[in-house]
Design a protein around this ligand. Structure first.
Ligand SMILES: [Zn+2]
Length: 174
């Protein structure tokens, strides 16, 4: 939409409809994480709330790892996808508390990570500090070793499987 269009009569405003909200969730389910393009923003659990306010979609988004440079990209992708789907000028509210936790990743999201070759976070964030037993996403072996606290991004650690010898990323538990 062009700048000023909103002011000129707010033509983007829509009546509140439940079906539209379901559609918006479906659109969000297609917005993939730029770093891990197999999991959506819904899989990651970063869209905390979605509702109508004054005729516009209002989203509450909690970024994953604070300082993750992907956050602005994700928010731009969300906005773009909703506008493409006909939801004019969605409002995004960034909420930092409570902080995002890997506990919020859906079961489907964990399965998609594994299929992509990234070991999903093990256990709960409340067990932080405990050494997780990380299973190899290739062969399922629990005989794995930590190579580096930082994998392909700061959000992941690099592991290697002692059974099949494949290195793999582990999505750190937060
Ligand atoms: Zn393996």
């Amino acid at each position: 939409m062009r700048p000023g269009e909103l002011i000129a009569g707010d033509r983007g405003a829509r009546a509140q409809q439940h079906g539209d909200l379901a559609h918006a969730w479906a659109v969000l389910a297609e917005v993939m994480d730029p770093e891990v393009p197999v999991v959506s923003v819904v899989d990651l659990g970063i869209v905390r709330d979605l509702d109508w306010r004054a005729g516009h979609l209002h989203l509450v988004v909690t970024p994953t790892y604070s300082g993750c440079p992907a956050t602005e990209v994700i928010e731009g992708d969300i906005r773009h996808a909703l506008e493409q789907a006909g939801f004019a000028a969605p409002a995004l509210e960034r909420r930092l508390m409570p902080a995002w936790s890997t506990d919020w990743i859906s079961a489907q999201g964990r399965e998609r990570l594994r299929a992509y070759g990234i070991a999903p976070p093990e256990g709960s964030a409340s067990l932080r500090g405990a050494v997780p037993s990380v299973c190899c996403p290739q062969c399922g072996s629990a005989h794995t070793e930590l190579l580096s606290q930082f994998g392909s991004t700061a959000c992941k650690a690099l592991y290697r499987c002692r059974a099949c010898l494949e290195p793999f990323d582990y999505f750190k538990c937060l």
